[in-house]
Ligand binder design. Structure first.
Ligand code: ADP
Length: 595
């Protein structure tokens, strides 16, 4: 299958034909000067299709900059999708209208093949509230859609995935800072496979220093400029076109020129370079802190892939977080589509530093192919003839798992867990034993132990519990406790303070392999589940799929989530995995994993 990838800007149309499986690029064309001399988007698309005719294109992937709140992943384009993209246009007035013009021209020229929209914002669509919220009057923010959206998502997701492959570890276990340093630039905290913070905000002006944009700026400076008589359009030009490397250096936005002049002694160019690297360093440190740890830093795009000296400035003196740059490797690093990853950290570096060649078009082609395959599968006679079963819902109250040593300290040497009653997942049981959790702010008594004992301690609480305890626990897949929050546990025979182990468990669905087959999902997928039949219908996003022979089909939510759906979870603290009979989940949408 060959995919035509279209990136329609206001004055250019960039197009590639790619084979998503092999990654082979079959055609690359760019039509420039759209809008001049009667060249329209439709005309540009016609030129591209002319060239692409020889390559048997079976789907078109469209890059769309802003998907607003609506699009969490790539989406097949129909009239409703087009209208929704149009509705996001006020958020990206320079980008979405030309993206849409490209879509309309291509759909009308190729009406019989599927078209898919791939959004720059989608990877960041589920930023946690704490990261996406600007601390201004909530009503004003809501009225004007002022929140962090983030951009470059396709690139951040793609390079993080390649980095995980290179490290030989699942992305879902890693904390990575990805740095997309091209003409536009942004940093992203990719925490266990998700974007949990990113430096571009409501618009692509925020964050890092870029070619012609300055990134972070005191909002008071904008007020001062407006008061001094600068017009809104002048301010727009200053922030979008006359700032960043270009504004600081005075010699344009190309880092190669700036580095050359800096070496010759040009002070403005030297300052431009140090302001740039200083800003990136701050974001690396900030995101490592926000994620509670760091496994890798990934640099990509024009500057990240090519400027050894900028990489050196960014990554030097990070020994204190366990990152040691190897200068030879850094100077020798070359990346290409054939060999897209080069390691630049030293042998002893705990945190790995990687240069990764980004390939947004290939990622768009792959996401397009996945969405098309899913659409075909969903409309197949087999899929429509036997709808998959509904999913029983279970509410999981706060509970904990202990290792043998901790159990012995809390309940005495020689003690063993006492079975209270079996719970729904085979082999697991609620124990008679209970402990008290003590946080810096408060305590929660009578938290039940689940058996059997495990190799690692893990305490699972809800957000409400976190506030009671006064801790900030990360949302984690069960079993992933590295870098989670500390907690003190009090038992009848002793007290243990864990440096990590407290998590807010990610909602998940357990299922056996044959259920996974019927739902057409696999272990590690994230899905949406609609809960109906209870007092309040609700769709839960970000539901992790866990597949194992030993699992029984069931979705687990915590007490906060049960409360939101008005499901009666009984007495909190006593209840462990009690099925909620009346409510059933129905798999709504299988989200495309970024590829
Ligand atoms: P875009 O965001 O437009 O896709 P790129 O990712 O191509 O941009 O990055 C372009 C920038 O990369 C150029 O402006 C230039 O500053 C920088 N760059 C490319 N090659 C080098 C190099 N060898 N040394 C330093 N900077 C480079």
């Amino acid at each position: 299958m060959n995919v035509l990838v279209l990136n329609a800007g206001s004055s250019t149309l960039k197009a590639k034909v790619l084979d998503p499986d092999s990654g082979r690029e079959l055609l690359a064309v760019a039509v420039e000067r759209i809008g001049e001399g009667g060249v329209t988007h439709a005309g540009a698309v016609a030129q591209v299709l002319d060239r692409a005719a020889a390559h048997a294109v079976s789907a078109v992937g469209h890059r769309v900059v802003h998907g607003g709140e609506r699009f969490m992943g790539a989406s097949v384009i129909d009239d409703a999708t087009e209208a929704a993209i149009e509705a996001c246009a006020p958020l990206a007035p320079l980008h979405n209208p030309p993206n849409l013009a490209g879509i309309r021209a291509a759909r009308s020229a190729l009406p019989s093949i599927p078209h898919v929209a791939v959004f720059d914002t989608a990877f960041h669509a589920r930023l946690p509230r704490r990261a996406k919220t600007y601390a201004i009057d909530t009503a004003v923010a809501e009225k004007h859609g002022i929140r962090r959206y983030g951009f470059h998502g396709t690139s951040h997701a793609y390079v993080a995935e390649l980095a995980a492959k290179h490290l030989g570890r699942p992305l879902a276990e890693l904390r990575i800072v990805t740095l997309h340093l091209g003409n536009g630039a942004s940093a992203c905290a990719v925490e266990l496979g998700h974007s949990t913070d990113t430096s571009m905000g409501m618009t692509p002006l925020d964050g890092l220093v870029m070619g012609t944009r300055g990134g972070d700026l005191d909002p008071g400076a904008l007020i001062a400029l407006l008061r001094a008589g600068m017009s809104v359009d002048e301010l727009d030009t200053l922030l979008g076109k006359k700032s960043g490397l270009a504004g600081l250096s005075g010699v344009g936005n190309d880092l190669r020129d700036i580095e050359r002049r800096a070496a010759e002694g040009d002070d403005r160019c030297r300052l431009a370079i140090t302001v740039y690297s200083h800003r990136v360093r701050k974001y690396v440190g900030a995101y490592a802190a926000a994620m509670g740890g760091l496994d890798a830093v990934v640099l990509t795009a024009g500057i990240g892939e090519n400027s050894a000296s900028m990489r050196q400035r960014i990554l030097q003196r990070f020994d204190f977080i366990g990152l040691v740059l190897d200068e030879d490797r850094n100077n020798d690093a070359r990346v290409s589509h054939d060999e897209p990853v080069a390691e630049v950290s030293g042998e002893t570096s705990r945190v790995r530093a990687l240069v990764v060649k980004t390939n947004e078009e290939l990622s768009i082609a792959r996401q397009t192919a996945v969405v098309v395959a899913q659409t075909v599968a969903a409309s197949s006679p087999a899929a429509t003839a036997s709808p998959p079963p509904t999913i029983p819902i279970a509410v999981s109250a706060r509970h904990l798992h202990l290792d043998a040593a901790t159990f012995a300290t809390l309940f005495g040497e020689g003690a063993t867990p006492t079975r209270h009653k079996d719970i729904s997942q085979p082999g697991q049981y609620a124990c008679e034993e209970k402990v008290n959790l003590i946080g810096p702010r408060g305590r929660i008594d009578g938290v039940r132990l689940l058996g059997p004992l495990r190799p690692k301690n893990q305490v699972e609480v809800s957000r409400t519990d976190e506030f009671k305890l006064g801790v900030d626990a990360p949302i984690r897949d069960s079993g992933v406790v590295g870098g989670s929050a500390p907690i003190t546990i009090e038992g009848p025979k002793g007290t243990v303070t864990l440096t990590e182990g407290l998590i807010c468990a990610k909602r998940h669905v357990h299922m056996a392999p044959e259920d996974a087959k019927r739902f057409k999902v696999k272990d590690g997928d994230e899905i949406e589940v609609a809960i109906t039949g209870g007092p309040r219908d609700l769709v839960f996003g970000d539901v992790l799929v866990r597949v194992s022979e030993k699992y029984k089909l069931e979705m687990h939510i915590d007490t906060d989530e049960a409360n939101a759906a008005e499901l009666d979870a009984g007495t909190a603290g006593e209840l462990v995995y009690t099925g909620v009979d009346m409510a059933k989940g129905e798999l709504r949408e299988k989200r495309v994993n970024h590829v």
